[in-house]
Design a protein around this ligand. Structure first.
Ligand SMILES: *Cc1c(COP(=O)(O)O)cnc(C)c1O
Length: 389
């Protein structure tokens, strides 16, 4: 019988050891032992699934991966040391020299650097469509295009891309659809239902949810995951068992945490929308969001990230940041602590001004990652910083 997402996040667990522990134990071991020569031979010949060496698999990383795969409705998956290792591992394993990517323009800063600075070294080029013109994606497809790539909601603009449309486009042109589902988490949105072949998570964000460890997870079709696994196991981007143990434990509370994040984010977004010193607010479940109807169709709630612009440009923006008292000025997101980020001067500072404006990052734009503090305290801090003389 298939369980609900909340139950999968908790009850997908590794077999108990002889000690019958209730909570998952931590398996800090680099390698595993064999009974005899034949068992060792069989393990290396992959005649039977078992742990050999923690760069390949470890019970703690397997438990984390199984949870994410269960919630996403994926056949298989694997864990990485960071979200970027998951993104890079996916491209490196699935692409050959001369292949081509079609991607949304708005992607995570390091993913953008990967497309523009590193993949071209291996003769892999990327063409971009704007998030408000996804219909242009089809014109960008070439005979050598292999991957269609997008994040939704996007970082940091919180735009929403139509997963159904991307799934159909990938199918029509026989492309691998890769979705970075970091902002939505496996709890709010399952891109595989809409035709994604691979789904990537930076587990560093809401999956950990408490700003402690880095991690990445890739899930999807079994044959594609096999390719990515072979690349990862031979190049050493594995997640540590300790971080996997933390992340798997965090998964148990992901649904309740994300429920609260979303509830508070909507309340804060409504407050900002009504504030006279704010130019605009973008949050997927605000009626004013250009893709509100679409967001409602593919996400169960609006997520924890809000983008907004302080009136008065760069100086007003800086003044707002300098007056924040309770909330954290940091570049991370998906933490129990609310985080205020200025993308133009931090996460997206490597982009040219034109490239920044093209993805909606104005000088005064603020990204808010709503935490788990009481919503009145979050609003009060934002209010006094917006109104500071
Ligand atoms: C943070 C992030 C990543 C990269 O994850 P790391 O764990 O920091 O390597 C990738 N995509 C998105 C959307 C992110 O927010």
């Amino acid at each position: 019988m298939s369980h609900k997402l909340e139950t999968k996040a908790i009850r997908t667990q590794m077999e108990r050891s002889q000690y019958l522990e209730h909570s998952t134990p931590l398996h800090l071991t680099s390698s595993f032992v064999f009974e005899d020569a034949d068992e060792m031979r069989a393990a290396f010949a992959e005649e039977k699934e078992r742990n050999i060496y923690s760069r390949f698999t470890n019970p703690n990383t397997s438990e984390l991966v199984e949870k994410v795969a269960d919630m996403e409705g994926a056949e298989d998956g694997l864990a990485f040391a960071t979200g970027m290792a998951a993104v890079f591992g996916t491209f490196a394993a699935l692409l050959d020299s001369g292949d081509h990517i079609v991607s949304a323009r708005s992607v995570f800063g390091s993913t953008h650097t990967l497309f523009t600075k590193f993949l071209p070294k291996w003769n892999i080029e990327t063409s971009y469509f704007k998030v408000d013109e996804p219909e242009k994606a089809e014109e960008l497809i070439q005979p050598n295009t292999k991957i269609l790539y997008a994040e939704t909601p996007t970082n940091p603009g919180v735009d929403v891309l139509d997963l159904n449309y991307l799934g159909d486009l990938a199918k029509k042109h026989n492309l691998i659809l890769v979705i970075d589902n970091c902002f939505a988490t496996p709890y709010l949105q399952q891109p595989i239902k809409f035709g994604a072949d691979i789904v990537i998570h930076s587990a560093t964000k809401l999956i950990d949810g408490q700003g402690r460890v880095l991690g990445g997870v890739t899930v999807g079709k079994k044959d594609l995951i096999r390719e990515i696994y072979l690349f990862a196991r031979n190049t050493g981007s594995s997640l540590s068992p300790f971080n996997a143990w933390i992340l798997s434990k965090s998964m148990e509370t992901l649904p309740v945490r994300v429920d609260r994040h979303c509830q508070t984010a909507l309340t804060v977004a409504q407050f900002l929308e009504d504030h006279p010193n704010v130019n605009w607010v973008k949050y997927p479940f605000l009626k004013s969001h250009p893709q509100y109807e679409l967001a409602k169709k593919q996400m169960s709630q609006g997520g924890s990230i809000i983008a907004f612009e302080v009136k008065g440009g760069l100086n007003a923006g800086r003044h707002f940041f300098d007056n924040i008292k309770l909330l954290s000025l940091s570049s991370n997101l998906g933490d129990s602590r609310t985080i205020v980020t200025h993308p133009a001067s931090t996460t997206h500072s490597k982009l040219s001004t034109d490239d920044r404006l093209e993805v909606g990052i104005t000088d005064g734009m603020v990204r808010l990652s709503i935490g788990l503090e009481h919503h009145e305290d979050i609003i009060n801090d934002l209010k006094q910083a917006l109104e500071a003389k």
